[in-house]
Design a protein around this ligand. Structure first.
Ligand code: AMP
Ligand code: GLY
Length: 427
């Protein structure tokens, strides 16, 4: 048999590590730039994404992890070089790159979402804010790594945030236009689907924990943990969510001439008035990928190839349940500190005392001395992910593994999937 061709994953975080690990079951994987925690599953190609010269890497299939290279048109460049790509072109990636663009599309496709206004003028924004009731939601219009969103019951805080975002430099270019929207109350659900330009196939619904601290307190982060499946989201509800949110969006994209091949990530709020879209992202969620991908069985290289070719195959079976816990650096999300050594990991970046079903995905780590310890090198350092038959068992394994790992100032939540386990036991 011919040996399989290598696959390229673009990115360097725990999400890309999770992609590399499932793809490595069937093909060699190169990750650019990757990180040293991935070496047992993939070969890091340590150059920055912006310096990536795709013609130098001899692969057929490329999967782009993060939103920034998508928004910058990396998928277009690669398609121009006849590569098969999972990830939209710059046109489709605007869905995530501009909240105003996304909201226009939702309106056009009549997809239920929060009422909103987009503003560049402080005066106009404040007039609109006056008409809203709490919770107030203020967002930067652009890529802000999940950190440009304020949700608050305080009008004064919302007002200050509007002024800050429009006048200040906190978010650079991303901050000069804002979206103010109706605050939605309910259960959040991340529904990710793969789209081949026309058809979509969903993954299991996942819940992400966005706030830094237990009990959904503290600032918004990129995500501090996740689990899948969600006991209260039945297969029937998933089918309904696909028909009422993701499919109409794909039709609206097509109507604009956009051939979207990649992940459509619907951030949903299940409200008393029915499901509403909070946002769409153009890529796998992080940490959602770290719970969704490990459950998928079979040859995922073939599956991703079918998506990139425009002939999507059905979603591979997802077996079991998964829970992950993010270990973050001290100071995250505002000002993460780096360089502390991490205890509890072996040479392969995995647990020193391995636990069946547990994988440690590396996000912000490095290892300047190949004989030395892994060091903290970013905000979300490690994602400890566990797979088991039930959420309860997966959660127990994940926290058993977390207890093995430590670094100075390590922050993590101890309540990931706690309520879901209760719901699982009731159902
Ligand atoms: P986004 O980056 O738009 O997903 O927002 C980040 C997080 O802020 C979401 O995951 C929600 O937890 C919260 N959020 C965003 N928009 C709203 C809204 N309209 N109502 C309530 N919470 C929201
Ligand atoms: N986990 C949230 C995100 O990836 O946007």
């Amino acid at each position: 048999m011919r040996s399989p061709r290598p696959v390229l994953v673009v990115g360097s975080g725990a999400r890309e590590h999770a992609l590399a690990r499932v793809l490595a079951r069937t093909a060699p994987v190169i990750v650019a730039p990757g990180n040293p925690g991935m070496v047992t599953q993939a070969t890091p190609f340590p150059i920055t994404i912006s310096a990536l010269a795709p013609q130098e890497i001899d692969v057929d299939l490329v999967i782009i992890g993060p939103e920034v290279p998508l928004a910058e048109g990396l998928a277009d460049t690669l398609r121009g070089l006849s590569r098969l790509v999972v990830g939209p072109g710059a046109d489709g990636a605007q869905l995530e790159g501009s909240k105003a663009f996304m909201k226009e599309l939702l309106d056009e496709a009549q997809i239920p979402t929060a009422k909103f206004g987009a503003f560049t003028s402080v005066a106009e924004a404040l007039v609109f804010l006056e008409t809203m009731s709490p919770p107030y939601v203020v967002k930067t219009d652009g890529l802000a790594a999940g950190k440009g969103v304020l949700v608050t019951d305080s009008f004064e805080e919302a007002k200050d945030d509007v002024i800050d975002k429009l006048m200040g430099e906190a978010f650079g270019k991303a901050g000069r236009r804002i979206v103010i929207e109706e605050g939605l109350i309910g259960t959040e659900c991340s529904l990710l689907a793969l789209c081949d330009g026309e058809r979509v196939v969903p993954l299991t619904p996942a819940q992400d924990f966005k706030r830094l601290a237990n009990g959904d307190l503290g600032p918004n982060t990129g995500g501090m943990g996740a689990y899948t499946p969600m006991p209260q989201v039945t297969d029937e509800l998933v089918a309904e969510l696909v028909t009422t949110t993701i499919e109409p969006l794909v039709r609206a994209l097509r109507a604009r001439g956009i051939d979207y091949r990649g992940v459509l990530y619907a951030g949903l709020m299940l409200t008393a008035d029915g499901p509403k879209v909070l946002e769409f992202n153009a890529r796998f969620g992080d940490p959602e990928a770290e719970v969704l991908l490990p459950l998928l069985q079979g040859d995922l290289v073939a599956w991703f190839t079918s998506i990139a070719e425009g002939a999507v195959a059905p979603t591979p079976p997802a077996v079991g349940a998964s829970v992950c816990v993010v270990l973050a650096a001290p100071g995250y999300p505002e000002a993460p500190r780096k360089s502390m050594p991490i205890a509890g990991l072996g040479d392969d970046g995995q647990l020193l005392s391995p636990i069946d079903g547990v994988t440690v995905f590396h996000g912000g780590t490095n290892r300047p001395d190949p004989q030395g310890p892994f060091l903290v090198n970013g905000g979300r350092v490690l994602t400890v992910s566990a797979v088991a038959e039930t959420l309860k068992a997966a959660r127990a394994l994940a926290y058993e593994a977390v207890a093995q790992i430590s670094f100075e100032g390590m922050q993590y939540r101890t309540d990931i999937a706690e309520d879901a386990v209760k719901r699982e036991e009731q159902s």
